[in-house]
Design a protein around this ligand. Structure first.
Ligand SMILES: C[S@@+](CC[C@H](N)C(=O)[O-])C[C@H]1O[C@@H](n2cnc3c(N)ncnc32)[C@H](O)[C@@H]1O
Length: 178
């Protein structure tokens, strides 16, 4: 009996160690209006051939515009399987596979060290969680454009408010440079 309970305990501990950690949902899906997407990419000065990442890419609209209109090499990271499938299929149908892709994964578990620019539309508490990773990984000069929410402890280089997105909503953009 004792041997049985010890083996059970060992098996439970091994399972707990191997069980994948749950992905931390950093924000609900709330897409940036297309007009604001373009503004974000201009605001960050995205140039042809640069590498950009969108952290929590939703339906992929930022990644798609970055590749299609700005000629960037764009990667999105999205945890939601349906949004990932939808965005990946739109990328295929537009023939943008060479310059655009979506990783179905966790924003907090990626490598952003190759980035020239990042776009972020999460929440203030999520920016707090992402910030240490970016401070560790980003090379000097990488630009970060955050939609609506600041990164506490970082000083924005530029801030701009779009008073009306056509639907009566205002949006604030923050540009940071590491
Ligand atoms: C506010 S939406 C922004 C979507 C897109 N970036 C845009 O601006 O249109 C946030 C997105 O982040 C995704 N998300 C939240 N937590 C995540 C995580 N830990 N890893 C990957 N994606 C995540 C959500 O599923 C959602 O699609």
């Amino acid at each position: 009996m004792r041997i049985l309970s010890i083996s059970l305990l060992v098996a439970t501990a091994a399972f707990a160690q191997e069980a994948p950690k749950k992905t931390d949902k950093l924000a609900p899906y709330y897409p940036t209006p297309e007009s604001v997407v373009e503004k974000m990419l201009q605001f960050g000065g995205l140039a042809k051939g640069e590498r950009m990442f969108d952290l929590g890419s939703g339906d992929g609209r930022i990644v798609i515009m970055a590749a299609e209109k700005f000629g960037a090499v764009a990667t999105g990271v999205e945890m939601d399987v349906d949004l990932w499938k939808q965005s990946a299929s739109r990328i295929r149908s537009l023939g943008l596979e060479k310059n655009a892709k979506i990783i179905n994964g966790d924003v907090l578990k990626q490598d952003y060290s190759s980035a020239n620019m990042l776009t972020v539309y999460l929440l203030p508490s999520s920016n707090d969680k992402v910030r240490p990773l970016l401070e560790k990984q980003l090379k000097k000069g990488t630009r970060i454009v955050s939609h609506d929410f600041e990164f506490a402890g970082w000083k924005p280089e530029k801030t701009e408010t779009i008073d009306d997105d056509g639907e009566g909503r205002s949006h604030t953009l923050y540009l940071y440079r590491r």
